[in-house]
Design a protein around this ligand. Structure first.
Ligand SMILES: Cc1cc2nc3c(=O)[nH]c(=O)nc-3n(C[C@H](O)[C@H](O)[C@H](O)COP(=O)(O)OP(=O)(O)OC[C@H]3O[C@@H](n4cnc5c(N)ncnc54)[C@H](O)[C@@H]3O)c2cc1C
Length: 309
């Protein structure tokens, strides 16, 4: 499929392909890279196989004045229908994961939360049980400070290393400098997280497994299944629940095209197949307007919206 609006020349495409370990795809539909299965094309999508290749891709994009944007597992992303101009940097290839004798885990940003949790369990290290049932990558988890009622990344993170998209330099931030807050952080969008160090605590494999099993069971009972989604749409307002507020205004089951406010959980909007970002955005605006009108509360999006209309 070709995009007449692509920013990239044929030479740039060839170079990006070579620099990114031949991972590059062009005019790549981002619906293939988001759990919502929504999103128009990126001019280029690359998944360099290691930090060194990522650095070369970034240096090239800087020299060629190509915009860049980082994505991880795409599990908290609504990509607009017009897609993304420039180069989408996927962390999928950054998969190194190790532990030292001080129980410090060093993990690259493309490692999935599932792999991280299963490795920590195997090593008899607790602290990540909160990740049971949370999809995505380490990098996205850091940016979002992903978490559940059992904890969040803020509690186990020693430091985060990110590569600046303006000059390719790696900067290191300790926990306080990351500015972790409820479902967010101060990690800037002008950088790509490449690696983090986490401090975990010895715990028996049986105990970890038991806790993870119970959080997964609890989630299964409460969360919609079957349709594509990206988890909670809105952050919970202080002292309240977004789902409760949306349900109270009679919004459950509201549909725009194939996008629906789930009848099973009002703060989960699902794609029944073929929904457009514009449908989802209309559904989001509708929920916000109703909750604002009836409760005077402005719901804040937890999803990140990227791309062009
Ligand atoms: C079924 C389901 C259940 C969920 N449950 C939970 C839950 O219980 N708790 C919770 O907190 N979240 C939950 N989520 C949301 C999501 O899993 C988290 O927000 C997750 O941390 C996002 O990680 P990701 O790698 O998919 O990030 P993406 O969706 O790819 O990106 C999210 C944001 O981070 C940026 N980003 C990603 N990687 C990098 C990087 N390496 N460097 C710089 N920026 C980056 C992106 O640009 C974007 O702004 C759920 C989602 C689903 C689909």
């Amino acid at each position: 499929m070709g995009s007449s609006r692509s920013l990239l020349s044929a030479v740039q495409r060839e170079t990006l392909h070579a620099l990114s370990g031949e991972s590059a795809r062009f005019d790549e539909l981002l619906s293939r890279h988001t759990t919502l299965k929504i999103g128009g094309p990126a001019d280029a999508w690359v998944a360099p196989p290691d930090i060194d290749s990522l650095s070369k891709v970034i240096q090239f994009c800087i020299a060629e004045d190509l915009p860049m944007l980082a994505i991880g597992g795409g599990s908290n992303l609504l990509v607009r229908d017009g897609g993304v101009r420039g180069v989408v940097l996927s962390t999928r290839g950054l998969r190194a994961l190790s532990v030292n004798s001080d129980k410090v885990v060093t993990v690259e940003s493309g490692v999935s939360t599932g792999k991280l949790l299963s490795s920590a369990t195997k090593w008899g290290l607790g602290g990540l049980e909160f990740l049971g049932g949370v999809p995505g990558s380490l990098g996205g988890g850091m940016v979002m400070n992903a978490g559940t009622y059992l904890g969040e990344f803020k509690e186990v993170t020693l430091l985060v290393r990110s590569m600046r998209l303006c000059d390719g330099v790696i900067v290191e931030r300790d926990n306080a400098e990351c500015g972790f807050v409820y479902r967010g952080s101060a990690l800037p969008t002008s950088e790509i997280v490449v690696e983090a160090e986490l401090k975990l605590t010895p715990r028996s494999i049986e105990e970890i497994t038991e806790v993870v099993k119970s959080i997964r069971t609890r989630r299964k009972e409460r969360e919609p299944s079957g349709a594509s989604n990206a988890g909670s749409v809105f952050k919970n307002p202080e002292g309240d629940f977004a789902g409760k507020l949306i349900e109270s205004v009679g919004y459950k089951g509201t549909r725009v095209g194939n996008a629906e406010c789930s009848p099973a959980h009002a703060n989960w909007f699902v794609n029944h197949g073929g929904a457009r970002a514009s449908d989802m955005l209309t559904l989001i605006d509708g929920a916000r307007a109703k909750v604002a009108a009836e409760h005077g509360i402005e719901l804040v999006l937890e999803w990140k919206c990227i791309g062009e209309d």
